[in-house]
Design a protein around this ligand. Structure first.
Ligand code: FO1
Length: 326
């Protein structure tokens, strides 16, 4: 079975651990968000790609959910001693090696797709990890300051401001000129199932959909598309998706996010002729706390959605397969 999943960072990675465990023989392709990417100290950092790669490759810091296990921050401390920031982005010593390899390969002319494949040769995540685009697309956030409106990089808004300063607008800088990375459209068109893990609907899934052609590929694929709500009982399970949803005027409920993704139109999962509804979902999994949620044009099922461990996540993946009718 060919499965394609759109994924952001921590939530998406945890979900993928369950998908890989539930379907060891499936060919899983992950279209990873690169909107979180940032250049610091001259190094290109791809947080969501690295979080998927480290989590599935066994190198993640499980207590943080990002960066490497057994990490040290000696270089970051030395930089701070020189008064060179930013202190709000935790750059680990082991993690730095990934950014050094990536940066020198990009400088040598390799694409982000090539770099990601090369890094995954070491980590062996057990799935194919593709960046959403090889072109630079960065999420920036427009905030109000007493000097007026200005844009900050998503990472600064997320980490330094803790998303506490209201986002007036969330922009995928460069998206209009970005092209899907090689293999991305094919992975959506030829999947047996497309999954939307409980990643941040705005800065992860939304950033991926901002790449021209990707939303249309989801609308048009013959595969059933099933999403998993990242919101339970009106709150994000982790992270600050509510601050992002507020910025785009979407309520922080499982139903509102499902409606935001939209239904592809009334059709049996797996049937052809998708796209009548203009949205991207056939099925939407909500937590049992949100039983009764309705989303126009989407089949909604309620199941426990807390990914407390891999076994719990396996059950969620199984529920998604059942909902997809595959
Ligand atoms: N998340 C944090 O909450 N604090 C950090 O200092 C931090 C550093 C960091 C370094 C490398 C990396 O790959 C991810 C990192 N993250 C950190 C996560 C990162 O901010 C993610 O983009 C967000 O968690 C959103 O997915």
């Amino acid at each position: 079975m060919k499965i394609t999943a759109l994924a952001g960072g921590i939530g998406g990675s945890r979900f993928l651990l369950g998908a890989r465990a539930a379907l060891p023989d499936a060919e899983i392709t992950v279209i990873g968000n690169t909107g979180d990417d940032i250049t610091l100290h001259g190094l290109r950092i791809c947080p969501d790609l690295d979080t998927v790669m480290y989590t599935l490759g066994g190198g993640i810091s499980t207590e943080r959910g990002w960066g490497r296990h057994a990490e040290t921050f000696t270089v970051a401390d030395e930089l701070a001693t020189y008064g060179v920031g930013p202190a709000w982005f935790g750059l680990g010593d082991r993690d730095l090696a990934t950014h050094l390899v990536r940066t020198q390969m990009l400088a040598a002319g390799y694409s982000l797709t090539d770099v990601t494949a090369a890094l995954c040769q070491r980590w062996k995540p057990g799935l194919r990890l593709l960046p959403m685009s090889d072109d630079r697309v960065e999420t920036h956030v427009v905030i109000e300051t007493d000097e007026g409106r200005r844009a900050v990089h998503f990472q600064e808004w997320w980490l330094r401001m803790r998303a506490a300063t209201p986002a007036r607008e969330i922009i995928s800088v460069g998206a209009e000129k970005a092209r899907p990375a090689p293999g991305v459209l094919d992975a959506l068109a030829n999947a047996d199932l497309v999954l939307l893990p409980p990643s941040n609907p705005v800065v992860s899934i939304g950033s991926i959909l901002a790449v021209p052609g990707l939303r249309e590929a989801l609308i048009g694929t013959p595969a059933p598309v099933v999403g998993v709500s990242p919101i339970i009982s009106g709150a994000p399970v982790r992270g600050m998706a509510d601050a992002c949803l507020r910025a785009i005027g979407v309520a922080t409920t499982a139903g509102a996010v499902g409606a935001h993704y939209g239904g592809r139109g009334h059709r049996a999962p797996g049937g052809a002729g998708a796209g009548a509804g203009g949205g991207i979902l056939d099925g939407w999994l909500v937590d049992t706390a949100d039983t009764g949620t309705k989303v126009p044009g989407v089949t909604v099922k309620a199941r426990p959605l807390l990914m407390t461990d891999v076994e719990a996540t396996v059950e969620i993946v199984r529920a998604a397969l059942e909902l997809a009718g595959v």
